[in-house]
Design a protein around this ligand. Structure first.
Ligand SMILES: NC(=O)c1ccc[n+]([C@@H]2O[C@H](COP(=O)([O-])OP(=O)(O)OC[C@H]3O[C@@H](n4cnc5c(N)ncnc54)[C@H](OP(=O)(O)O)[C@@H]3O)[C@@H](O)[C@H]2O)c1
Length: 299
């Protein structure tokens, strides 16, 4: 079976590509950047261009595009890039597939738990709960709306609402663990905000199961089943690394100066339910922090 990975050159895409190839799939990549690899095809959202050869023989698409949410201050210009790189690109994909009558079995779109809004509450958010209203929530809502249009073409559509993805190298985890390695444990806000994470192996398993198991339809929360606070998460990293640390509280006003509106995402966090995944028979390999951090930091 051939699968097209859109944004497949990124962090999640690289792991997913390797896993798909390992399992015998053929993988095409749609990228904004030229590559010598004959299975990488070009597209350009600004020019509304997609190389149609990318779709040849493809049974399904996994869409992982998007400018990095945590990179740089959220200026109005940056917010436009974050928005357009997800919403307009997914719209272009849909319009191209519709116009060219590309027959697909499934369309899987990435999203984020930011869908529920960046707040602190005692509520545990399920997939059918109402969305938030801040900028990140708006991106997720509009992005999912574009993705769900694939249902109009009778294509099975799955949305993966992902928490912070933990990988050994790169990504958010590399940034979080760096100060701890130097003996500093920075705390954003009061540290009691829920920090919803998922080990990369489990996230890849969610995508793989979404391909093969036709019971997967609509949105799925993809985070580890045991929720931790931001302080617990960081303290556990120090413990596993056997590092003595000095805790430094970073005042919210200082975070706002550095990160702008992104600060709200760093200082708030919700509890997220994963029953919908479990009801589809999904088994997490890394259910808790001990197992995930031992794997990522020691092995
Ligand atoms: N990593 C996480 O912790 C996490 C958590 C929740 C949700 N997500 C979401 O999952 C998706 C994949 O995450 P990731 O960590 O793999 O992201 P990533 O490493 O930043 O890769 C995303 C890919 O999107 C493409 N891209 C970047 N800027 C773009 C732009 N301005 N316009 C169009 N395409 C652009 C790039 O592909 P080309 O350069 O090849 O075009 C890039 O490889 C993202 O949408 C992300 O927001 C990630």
């Amino acid at each position: 079976m051939k699968i097209l990975l859109v944004g497949g050159t990124g962090l999640i895409g690289s792991f997913l590509k390797n896993k798909l190839i390992e399992e015998g799939y053929t993988v095409n990549i749609l990228s904004r950047r030229k590559s010598k690899d004959s299975q990488t095809f070009l597209w350009n959202n600004d020019e509304e261009y997609i190389d149609l050869a990318a779709f040849k023989g493809v049974s399904g698409i996994i869409n992982l595009t998007g400018a990095n949410i945590a990179e740089g201050r959220w200026t109005e210009k940056r917010k436009e890039i974050l928005y357009n790189s997800r919403i307009l690109s997914t719209r272009l994909l849909f319009e191209t597939i519709k116009k060219n009558k590309v027959a697909l079995d499934f369309f899987i779109n990435s999203s984020a738990i930011g869908y529920y809004g960046t707040k602190k509450s005692t509520k545990i958010f399920k997939e059918d709960n109402v969305s938030g209203s801040d900028f990140l929530a708006k991106i997720c809502i509009d992005w999912e709306t574009e993705a769900l249009r694939f249902n109009e073409l009778n294509i099975r559509t799955i949305i993966v609402r992902t928490g912070i993805v933990l990988t050994k190298h790169k990504g958010a985890f590399e940034k979080i663990k760096l100060p701890i390695k130097f003996g500093i444990l920075p705390i954003f806000g009061d540290g009691k905000q829920v920090f919803s994470w998922i080990h990369i192996d489990d996230l890849i398993a969610v995508f793989m199961n979404s391909i093969t198991n036709k019971k997967y339809i609509g949105p799925y929360n993809a985070v580890a089943p045991i929720n931790n606070t931001y302080l617990e998460f960081n303290t556990k990293i120090a413990e596993v690394l056997q590092k003595k640390v000095i805790t430094i509280k970073i005042p919210t006003f200082m975070l706002r100066l550095i990160f702008g509106e992104l600060t709200e995402t760093l200082t708030n966090g919700n509890q997220i339910a994963v029953e919908k995944l479990s009801n589809n028979g999904f088994n997490f390999k890394f259910k808790d922090l001990n197992s995930a951090l031992s794997n990522l930091l020691i092995n």
